[in-house]
Design a protein around this ligand. Structure first.
Ligand code: 2BA
Length: 108
């Protein structure tokens, strides 16, 4: 068994979860925040048999979009001169995915 951890954008969460559920994958949704942008994102946990990993990954990939986000981040250089925020543009997503081996799995 494998555990897929997929970090996706909040905007894509509904579609990704619906598509996974329709394909009979069970999903747990966690509300998370990215360390760089400090903005909300969604982390999905889905435990799947090893032979089903590719099918689940395809669903996640097909339903996760890349987007450009604008953010203002604290700037160390700017702070020295009294300017605290630096505007930046970053491309976020589609999905950042980790696939882990599951040693043991129980449902009590
Ligand atoms: P954030 O950490 O908020 O990062 C949002 C986007 O900002 C990233 O998009 C990337 O394009 C950019 N970015 C991140 N760190 C950067 C840096 N040090 N310098 C310049 N740009 C940077 P994605 O790569 O698509 O990542 C989206 C979210 O996925 C991340 O949100 C984070 O929550 C998660 N993530 C990505 N890679 C990860 C990793 N290796 N481990 C854990 N979480 C990860």
């Amino acid at each position: 068994m494998k555990l897929i951890l997929a970090i996706i954008q909040d905007e894509d969460a509904h579609e990704v979860i619906t598509a996974l559920n329709e394909a009979k994958f069970q999903v747990t949704r966690l509300n998370t925040k990215g360390g760089f942008l400090r903005a909300g994102n969604t982390t999905l946990m889905t435990g799947v048999p090893a032979e089903k990993v590719d099918e689940a990954l395809k669903i996640i990939e097909e339903n996760s979009k890349a987007r450009t986000q604008h953010a203002t981040l604290p700037s160390a250089i700017g702070a020295m001169h009294g300017f605290l925020l630096a505007p930046i543009e970053v491309k976020v997503g589609g999905a950042t995915v980790f696939v882990l081996d599951v040693e043991q799995f129980y449902k009590f």
